[in-house]
Ligand binder design. Structure first.
Ligand code: BGC
Length: 729
């Protein structure tokens, strides 16, 4: 990493003194004001509310001029002149839009992901944004959930690595104009465990699963320096996360000793009424504040009730003071009192530079996952004469921007058509036919033109179909129950495949799709996700072979919706699918489906390259290790193909017997290496034994002595296997 991250956590007596001096001058109303975050639609008298010190933060503003204007109201026209802290959803880029987070995670390159986050922070801070509502660190194991697009996928270890990387990048210490940005990991907690993959839905998981699976990425984000957190919309076992003392006090403050600011998600306090957890906004303010929320996003509860609740002795003013201290400390640490305004001229110098566009291209190239490549159909090479480029996303300048595109503009996006034109030799012919719309919004097949698509395919050497989802089909509130191709795209695909021409499918989507027919009938499939402004060029580079694909899946692809949730780190059960099973009545009874396989279509960690890799000679340095020791395991990895390639070598562990049952595999390490043809290298993992623990029956984190299995391999379903034993001493 060529930059360092700003440290918001170091104690500063100077800041503490300034906070206390300010706090001692504040009225109760002004204190409550610091705990209110509003947007432009909050109230008609927003300006006056700011002048009166009744608003501490704004979200989702538009540009430096507007932000400066509001800052001026707070700094120059309010009694105490406390600057606002300005929040925004900068999820995968700002003006330079990068691939969606699930795609970024598929690079398996935390360093690159950090650099991209730093670029996003650079571009956002010059508009006066101080607070980035990211990273989303929710573990997601259900592709029906549209917000799977916004996170790092199903795995805890990789999720922690990406959480750290994003926080470090967003909070980079060298942002332009001397500005600073604070990250806000979200949505605390277990938002991704929504029942049936339906957004905002109920979560009912055990405390052990919460601690072992859903909380670690938050802890990783805080350890990396995240100084705020966003509490989630969902309930967990009957208690909404935004009024949940166990999450917000017991875990955050008492167990982790974390002292940052807790911001509730968008009107999550108002939603306590819908949850049936508060009868009115007064009770919502009472329950959420006393549970540990510091700031009310959208300000529908705190501004109207908190001061009265203090007067009624239902909320302690000392607790209000603590919350205000946290907010003020953050504002001082951000440097807002010294530098509340931003220079509007900076944006043009900092945003969408060649360097940023170059990085967006690199991330896009590395995020794409080659799912199938029968007969080495790819790369196409540059000597093809005619390519039929078919599909509703082939020349799309909007949807590659993905579900959170901040200031991204369609005009900045390179479509696949643009990308291919840029890299193909002049004499090559591109026959472009959309074929149908992404979604059928007409109720019929209006606009679909399969004949033109079929004619183009017949006239070409190869048909490249660019298919998938619109950006609005994933992300917040965009859950889907059917995960096939939307609209008429499946029919279009079948019509083109029926021509008998070689077919390549490029998939753009915000989630894993369910595509059994495609996997069976199409020889080459590239998962391109929503790849940001350079998606089209990255796809062209991969299709033609200038770049070899190196992305690896961070989430299992199901064969059918009925398998969901499907993830590699599941439990064994008493009758595992691969066991002999128990003969009961007259048949073997195993944990399987009668009408579907138990394995995913593509496993976690999976992805092809344009070369092949072979794994051999697993070695374990010492087959017995102590609780404070390190397991050292290595294997030879060789490039057995005829071009260079990047392999992501993965190390998984299984604790065979536990005080409570343990997953059948857990990722504990990964390394990327570039190997020339014929080159081989020994890849070595050092796994601290203390990282092999879990929360036991008493919900204590323990590492238990006993037998372990270890694998080194290319994905969660394959690999060389060994054993080691953890001893007490
Ligand atoms: C989302 C958050 C987002 C917030 C502010 C909410 O609806 O859940 O992820 O940060 O809005 O836009």
């Amino acid at each position: 990493m060529n930059f360092i991250s700003y440290d918001f956590n170091t104690a500063s007596p100077e800041i503490d003194a300034r906070v206390e001096a300010l706090l001692s001058r504040m009225t109760l109303a002004e204190k409550v004001g610091q705990l209110v975050q509003a947007n432009l639609r909050w109230r008609d008298d927003l300006d006056d509310q700011i002048r009166q010190g009744r608003v501490g933060s704004l979200l989702s503003l538009n540009g430096a001029e507007q932000i400066n204007r509001f800052q001026r109201l707070a700094v120059e026209e309010s009694r105490l002149g406390i600057p606002l802290i300005i929040g925004f959803d900068v999820i995968h880029g700002f003006r330079t839009v990068f691939p969606i987070p699930i795609a970024e995670a598929c690079t398996w390159d935390p360093n690159l992901v950090s650099q991209a986050a730093r670029v996003a922070a650079m571009e956002a801070c010059v508009e006066g944004i101080d607070w980035i509502f990211a990273p989303m660190v929710d573990i997601a194991r259900d592709p029906r959930w549209g917000r799977i697009a916004e996170g790092a996928g199903e795995d805890v270890f990789l999720g922690c690595a990406m959480a750290r990387a994003l926080v470090v990048g967003f909070q980079a210490a060298d942002l332009p104009g001397g500005r600073r940005i604070v990250a806000c990991p979200k949505h605390y907690a277990a938002y991704g465990a929504a029942e049936a993959g339906k957004d905002y839905n109920t979560v009912d998981i055990s405390e052990r699963t919460l601690r072992d699976t859903y909380l670690p990425p938050f802890k990783a984000a805080f350890d990396a320096g995240a100084a705020t957190v966003m509490s989630a919309f969902n309930e967990i076992a009957g208690v909404p996360a935004s009024a949940n003392p166990f999450l917000l006090k017991t875990i955050l403050r008492e167990t982790w000793g974390w002292e940052g600011v807790v911001l509730s998600d968008f009107d999550a306090l108002g939603e306590l009424l819908h949850h049936g957890f508060a009868a009115d906004h007064r009770e919502a303010a009472l329950r959420s504040f006393n549970a540990g929320v510091d700031m009310d996003m959208m300000g529908n509860a705190f501004p109207y009730h908190l001061a009265n609740l203090v007067r009624e002795d239902l909320v302690e003013e000392a607790q209000i003071d603590s919350a205000v201290r946290r907010v003020l400390r953050l504002k001082f640490a951000l440097g807002l009192f010294e530098q509340p305004y931003t220079d509007p001229a900076l944006a043009a110098q900092v945003q969408l530079t060649d360097e940023h566009r170059e990085m967006a291209l690199e991330v896009a190239q590395k995020s794409m996952v080659l799912l199938k490549n029968e007969g080495n159909l790819l790369p196409l090479g540059t000597d093809l004469r005619t390519i039929a480029l078919i599909g509703p996303l082939a020349d799309d300048h909007h949807n590659p921007l993905g579900c959170w595109h901040a200031r991204g503009r369609d005009a900045d996006v390179e479509s696949v058509l643009d990308g291919l034109r840029a890299v193909l030799p002049e004499e090559a012919v591109l026959l472009h036919v959309p074929g149908c719309a992404i979604e059928d919004t007409t109720g019929g097949s209006a606009g679909a033109d399969f004949d033109a698509a079929v004619s183009a395919a017949l006239a070409a050497d190869v048909a490249v179909l660019v298919l998938g989802e619109a950006e609005m089909q994933s992300g917040e509130a965009h859950s889907r129950a059917h995960l096939g191709l939307p609209g008429w795209q499946q029919d279009l695909l079948e019509a083109v495949v029926a021509t008998g021409k070689p077919v390549v499918v490029v998939l753009m989507a915000g989630r894993p799709l369910v595509l059994p027919w495609m996997v069976e009938h199409v020889p080459a499939i590239l998962m391109a996700w929503h790849g940001g402004i350079r998606a089209g060029r990255a796809i062209a580079d991969i299709l033609l072979g200038a770049v070899a694909p190196s992305g690896r899946l961070v989430v299992s692809f199901p064969r059918s919706e009925g398998q969901i949730p499907i993830y590699y780190g599941h439990k064994s059960t008493g009758r595992p699918a691969d066991s002999e099973g128990v003969i009961q009545f007259d048949r073997r009874h195993r944990s399987v489906y009668l009408d579907e396989a138990s394995t995913p279509q593509f496993p976690f960690g999976y992805g092809l390259s344009y070369t092949t890799f072979a794994y051999s000679d697993l070695q374990i340095e010492a087959s017995e290790v102590t609780l404070d020791g390190v397991v050292v395991v290595s294997a030879e990895v060789a490039n057995t193909g005829d071009r260079a390639g990047v392999e992501t070598v993965q190390c998984y562990v299984r604790d065979l017997v536990g005080n409570v049952t343990r997953p059948v595999k857990e990722l504990k390490g990964f390394q990327q290496l570039t190997l020339a043809p014929g080159e081989r290298r020994r890849v070595r993992f050092e796994i601290p034994v203390r990282s092999l623990g879990f929360h036991n029956l008493e919900l204590r984190y323990v590492v238990e002595p006993g037998d372990f299995r270890v694998w080194i391999g290319p994905n969660a379903a394959e690999g060389l296997q060994g054993e080691f034993v953890v001893k007490d001493s």
